[in-house]
Design a protein around this ligand. Sequence first.
Ligand code: 6PG
Length: 247
Amino acid sequence: MKPILRVYKNKHALTQAVTAQIVRILTSSCRARGRALLCLSGGSSPIDVYQTLALPEFSRKVPWDKVHFFWGDERCVSPDDPESNYKNAADALLNFIPADPEKIHRIKGELPPKEAALDYQKVLQDFSFGPLPWPGFDLVILGMGEDGHTASLFPGAQDPDEDLLPVLSVSARYKNRPADRITLTPMVFNSARNLIFLVSGEAKAAAVRQVFSSRQDLPLLPAQRILPRKGKVFWQLDSAAAKYLQV
Ligand code: 6PG
């Protein structure tokens, strides 16, 4: 499906709109299927949204006991490390809502990377979706790096055989963040019903322009590989990130 692009005047407006959108998607998934499968992103971009979602005005609308939490990627660190994507989501959201601990399916970044990837692959299998050994997430939230990476799918040649696995362990340098990571692969993201790219700030504007240019460069722009077959993909941007787009 063609990406749906929305631009907000600033980060605050973006945060409010995306938080309300998450509430709508979670509540309608719970109504329709009795549960919601939510896959969270790491990085700094979603923190404001997580904190806003934890506020009573939003939080009370969501049947949290029916929501399953997953992550699109994790850094290979322990769950109490400040670089842990799980910890960041817990500190901003999970610790403030009545989530069911049995429905929090974190990636075990403390295990050796290959083991953590296999462990997560098994977790996903328990939620398999028709013939596919992974879930069709009701909602995936993703960020994007200044280099066009998303989750831990980084620019550069990838082993095509690895693309056939739902979970990979990878190693890539980005800023001062941990290099060893576990990530879901595009085929898993592309099975989602809804996917939100949450991107803000001028530093991302050039990468946003490249993603939306007519030129496809899948190895160098991993974000372009995320295009759900049937689901919807929303690019939710502030005006700084959308600076070079004609909208
Ligand atoms: C991670 C991520 C990664 C992140 C981007 C953007 O674990 O680092 O999931 O893909 O979303 O690097 O990061 P910022 O939101 O901090 O710019």
